[in-house]
Design a protein around this ligand. Structure first.
Ligand SMILES: Cc1ncc(COP(=O)(O)O)c(C=O)c1O
Length: 366
């Protein structure tokens, strides 16, 4: 049996029909730039996140960059974030001219709120937690810290669309929240897309301006920016995907529960706090002998990923630029392994992945 990490081809006939119809609709009305599907997509996203506004952009990276700039974050400011994320999180901060300040994570791979307060300086402007793997950070504590110290909160919810905890849904906590809808994500486009949500009309207006060259009425540039507009075709395809998002998430959650039942004795499996519902963008286990296991799985035709093998401050672009005290992240990054968990997996595939992992560890113990 061969188990790919993710299969992006569309084999479901009905889904393909709906996607092609969505493309056909856009080609027929011809309003391909900021077309009506974008407004419909933005309205739906805002409603699902319980926010007043959503602004579609061309990627999750752009969502972060546009958000930070719309909040006036720039040179001289510090933004507290996690070291464990896709590099886009740090890049977006750095490209505004601000400085990322990396604080350690908890064993669940999310930022450790207890470490945030000691990282606050007079220059700190914002906290940027990442809901890593699709699980919401401890937003109650982070929100309380932000209130006490007068800081902004920007959620990097790129991996966590529709994730919940007992206080709310991803995207409902920060001043703004950013999502990625790239092709790998749980709610995904067929290429690149992103969106930002907020309740603040002023911020929304700034983001609309920043996403198109910093213009007002798409004419006069009032603040230099680039072009971050979402494509109408991607919004149209996302509207189709939105119709099946509940099914996708429940399937991923079902597979996650199945994995946990089988693997909990040999791996640290993702843990859900009471009342929280991860969307399992990745099913990331933490294991001993990670690299050996990965080779063993590859030899058994099971594709896995390491998300992400280099902690953000240690990328070549930043190595040595930022002081770090992140022992938990440094250990975790040696042990994480994302195993296949997507809605198109069959039960046989899930069992094959789990039994191959168990087989690997039974040989280790023997
Ligand atoms: C946590 C996180 N932030 C930001 C991004 C950037 O999103 P995009 O790839 O849509 O630019 C990603 C994408 O993988 C991500 O996982």
């Amino acid at each position: 049996m061969k188990v790919p990490y993710l299969d992006l081809s569309v084999n479901d006939k009905n889904l393909k029909k709906d996607l092609l119809a969505a493309v056909d609709q856009v080609l027929s009305h011809g309003r391909v730039v900021l077309g009506p599907e974008i407004t419909e997509f933005e309205n739906l996203i805002a409603e699902m996140c319980g926010r007043k506004y959503a602004v579609g952009v061309s990627s999750g990276t752009d969502a972060l960059y546009v958000s930070l700039r719309s909040l006036g974050i720039g040179p001289g400011d510090e933004v507290i974030t996690t070291p464990m994320s896709w590099i886009a999180t740090a890049n977006a901060i750095v490209l505004t001219g601000a400085k990322p300040v990396f604080v350690d994570i908890r064993s669940d791979l999310n930022i450790n709120p207890d470490k945030i307060v000691e990282a606050i300086t007079p220059r700190t402007k914002a906290i940027l937690p990442v809901h890593y793997t699709g699980k919401i950070c401890d937003m109650e504590v982070i929100g309380a810290i932000a209130n006490e110290y007068g800081l902004l909160v920007i959620e990097d919810a790129a991996q966590a669309f529709a994730a919940k905890n007992s206080y709310g849904i991803a995207g409902s906590f920060g001043k703004v929240a950013c999502f990625s809808m790239n092709a790998m994500k749980v709610l995904h486009s067929y290429g690149e897309a992103g969106v930002v949500v907020t309740d603040d009309e002023n911020i929304k207006e700034k983001m609309v301006s920043l996403r198109y060259a910093g213009t007002v009425n798409r004419e006069d540039c009032v603040i230099p920016s680039l072009n971050f507009r979402i494509h109408t075709l991607q919004a149209a395809l996302l509207l189709v995907e939105l119709k099946r998002i509940d099914k996708i998430i429940s399937q991923r959650r079902r597979i996650a529960a199945h994995y946990e039942g089988l693997l909990r004795d040999v791996a640290v499996c993702p843990h859900e706090d009471t009342g929280s519902e991860s969307v399992y963008y990745t099913y990331t286990i933490q294991v001993d002998h990670r690299d050996e296991l990965r080779d063993f799985l590859a030899n058994s035709n099971i594709e896995t990923k390491i998300h992400h093998p280099i902690l953000m401050p240690y990328h070549t672009a930043y190595n040595g630029c930022f002081a770090t005290d992140i022992p938990v992240a440094e250990r975790a990054v040696q042990r994480i392994l994302s195993i296949p968990n997507h809605e198109n997996m069959t039960d046989d595939e899930v069992d094959y992945v789990a039994s191959t992992i168990l087989h690997f560890y039974s040989n280790k113990i023997a």
